[in-house]
Design a protein around this ligand. Structure first.
Ligand code: NAD
Ligand code: TYD
Length: 355
């Protein structure tokens, strides 16, 4: 039975990926997650008892634990989502980013290589190590500049993107030097259900529902290319099936929006879905706050390679994906409550001064 070793599968994108995978017949998933503040077992509650899914609480820097999992479960593919993923936190406390994103990916590569090198020839050929990365490794675009292609040079600007870039380079080197069949995907900003509410879209949804300020950094004209999380997961599955080892694939929706446009759209949909709210119009909660240091102006992905070579395309429009996302947060108050731990409240207080 095909077995996937997935890391970070209790986080935002990883949980969507494993929920989709375990839903398919005839696959096994070993899900390793350290359950940091961003990991949440409630996100994978529907599959916790599923015999095709094994959850392991573990750190990807733990070589011994990883070696044991490779020995016991003999995966045919590794999908690495585990990471520290929030730019603002990387500015305040970069250490954890180097630890998990760089050293963690390195440890996972080492253990994967050691397992892979002992496989019979056909197992070696079919094995895949897919590393999930970001568009932020390419740096920032000026308005009007062409979208990032796989051939763009890496010019990361934040401790987060620098740590992801370092990991991408290690993955590349393990293919080039040792022949490990690696694949790297670089994706634009995701949104959807189960995203931790420190990121723009879920933060705005939950603050608006409670009548709290909606903090817009700088002039609100920074641009991101927004992709619905299930479309990202479909792209990863496509790359696992049909991607060429050693290659990298850019993933995006050609959906460039300024932060102001995003927040205004969230507010408009909330006005409509929660007509009884005393905070309508929710737009009146928007406040401009101090900009993020080194704030990248614009990201945009050119996803022609994955579209033409592998036949992937996003299915969700921004309007329909955002509506689904907002409805999910409205319908899952128990999940929302569970992520608003003391650590979350501390972050809101120290970063925004919001109690
Ligand atoms: P997330 O922060 O929601 O989840 C990360 C998960 O990794 C959490 O469950 C956490 O517990 C786990 N984790 C952290 N450190 C770990 C460690 N040392 N060992 C094991 N598990 C650990 O992140 P996400 O938004 O789901 O992002 C997943 C991946 O996708 C990341 O690699 C990120 O760089 C990449 N990515 C994210 C986006 C986005 O918009 N969210 C876009 C492009 C790429
Ligand atoms: P974020 O969701 O943190 O993703 P990233 O920084 O990885 O792109 O932020 C998306 C955009 O929204 C980014 O330009 C920063 C901006 N932003 C705000 O204006 N206010 C906020 O409170 C947050 C969290 C982000």
């Amino acid at each position: 039975m095909p077995t996937y070793l997935v890391t970070g599968g209790a986080g935002f994108i990883g949980s969507s990926f494993v929920l989709g995978l375990v839903g398919q017949k005839g696959v096994r998933v070993i899900n390793v997650d350290a359950l940091t503040y961003a990991g949440n077992l409630m996100s994978i509650e529907p599959i916790l008892e599923d015999p095709h899914h094994t959850f392991v609480r573990g750190d990807i820097r733990d070589a011994e634990m990883l070696a044991g999992l490779f020995r016991e479960h003999k995966p045919h593919a590794v999908v690495n989502f585990a990471a520290e993923s929030h730019v603002d936190r990387s500015i305040v406390a970069p250490d954890a980013f180097v630890q998990t994103n760089v050293l963690g990916t390195f440890t996972l590569l080492q253990e994967a290589r050691s397992y892979w090198s002992e496989l019979p020839e056909d197992g070696k050929r079919s094995f895949r190590f897919l590393h999930v990365s970001t568009d932020e490794v390419y740096g920032s675009l000026e308005p009007g500049e062409p979208a990032f292609r796989e051939t763009n040079p890496y010019t990361p600007n934040s401790p987060y993107s620098a740590s992801k870039a370092a990991a991408d380079h290690l993955v590349r080197a393990y293919h080039h030097t040792y022949g490990l069949p690696t694949l790297t995907t670089n994706c634009s900003n995701n949104y959807g259900p189960r995203q931790f509410p420190e990121k723009l879209i879920p933060l705005m949804i939950l603050n608006a529902l409670e009548g709290k300020p909606l903090p817009i950094y700088g002039d609100g004209m920074n641009v991101r290319d927004w992709l619905f999380v299930d479309d990202h997961c479909a792209a990863i599955s496509t790359v696992l099936r049909r991607g060429r080892p050693g290659e990298t694939y850019n993933i995006g929706a050609r959906c460039e929006k300024t932060n102001l446009e995003v927040v205004k759209t969230v507010c408009r949909i909330l006005d409509e879905l929660v007509p009884q709210s005393r905070f309508r119009p929710h737009e009146s909660l928007m406040v401009f706050v101090k900009d993020r240091p080194g704030h990248d102006r614009r990201y945009a992905m050119d996803s022609s390679k994955i579209e033409t070579e592998l036949g992937w395309k996003p299915a969700e429009s921004f309007e329909s994906g955002l509506r689904r996302t907002i409805l999910w947060y409205l319908e899952h108050p128990r999940w929302v409550e569970s992520v608003r731990s003391g650590a979350y409240r501390d972050w809101m207080k120290s970063h925004y001064g919001i109690a």
